[in-house]
Ligand binder design. Structure first.
Ligand code: 3IX
Length: 218
């Protein structure tokens, strides 16, 4: 049986609603991640520098990475820690404030059951000239639909994701990414979403998710 998902506006569930964006919890980490994001973007502008100049940059960056590795717990320990709380919001590749490859896209839920976030993407996410890579749009939508499920009801793993690219998605402009769970049928969850720029739909998505949660590391 398919249940249409209608928003819970009773107010009783409000207090238990999950946080969809991790609040800052360590200004040093946030500053380091912001610096690393700058490095990723700056490297894309530095292609004409000489091999000697860039070799010097590589030495400096490797020194930073060596320092971080020397002061980090083992991977197994870090995984346990990562998944100890709500889990996905600090390290995930879309909204995670600790993940340098995340744009980031902070997501917030609305009382109508939908969720939204705004991000402006730069060079690291380029596909066609001046536009977002289609795979990056798929990443943003897969994640947003998954989090919309977490917001509304049962969540799960993506089984199928269908995208329609209506028009090129611009770089360097605010993009609004939205998602909403539409139905739950046993373990099967159907969720929709889109990416808009200046009010125009660039990409729309329909996802089938299946209730399944891989065990958390412990
Ligand atoms: C990362 C998400 C989970 C972690 C969540 C953790 C905490 C929650 C907290 C917050 C949530 C917040 C954020 C989540 C964020 C992002 C979401 C990212 C999502 C992902 O990045 S996730 C990675 C990519 N994803 C995979 O890596 C899946 C690989 N895959 C499998 O693990 C299995 O394949 C599985 C589990 C999908 C199903 O396997 P299964 O054995 O459990 O179930 P089964 O096959 O019996 O299917 C049951 C019914 O679904 C139908 N069905 C299945 N697949 C279908 C398809 N493709 N098309 C049409 N129908 C399909 C069948 O036909 C049957 O239908 P019926 O009952 O009517 O016969």
């Amino acid at each position: 049986m398919t249940a249409d998902v209608s928003p819970d506006t009773s107010g009783t569930r409000g207090a238990e609603r999950p946080k969809l964006t991790a609040p800052p919890n360590n200004e040093g980490v946030d500053a380091a991640v912001a610096a690393a994001r700058r490095v990723v973007a700056s490297l894309l502008h530095a292609g004409d520098n000489s091999p000697a100049e860039m070799a010097e940059v590589a030495t400096k960056l490797n020194a930073v990475a060596d320092y971080l590795d020397e002061h980090a717990p083992a991977m197994e320990e870090r995984m346990v820690d990562m998944w100890a709380g709500e889990g996905v919001t600090r390290h995930d590749p879309v909204a995670g404030p600790e993940n340098t490859i995340a744009p980031p896209l902070p997501l917030a839920g609305s009382e109508d059951g939908s969720i939204q976030g705004v991000a402006t993407l730069g060079m690291p996410y380029q596909g066609p000239p001046g536009y977002v890579h289609g795979g990056i749009s798929a990443l943003l939508l897969d994640h947003t639909l998954g989090v919309a499920n977490h917001w509304s009801g049962p969540s799960g793993m993506t089984a199928e994701l269908t995208l329609r690219y209506h028009r090129p998605t611009p770089l360097f402009e605010p993009l609004t990414v939205s998602g909403r769970q539409v139905s739950v049928d046993g373990r099967k969850i159907r969720t929709i979403g889109d990416i808009t720029a200046g009010g125009e739909c660039c990409v729309s998505a329909e996802g089938l998710f299946v209730t399944q949660h891989p065990p958390r590391p412990r």
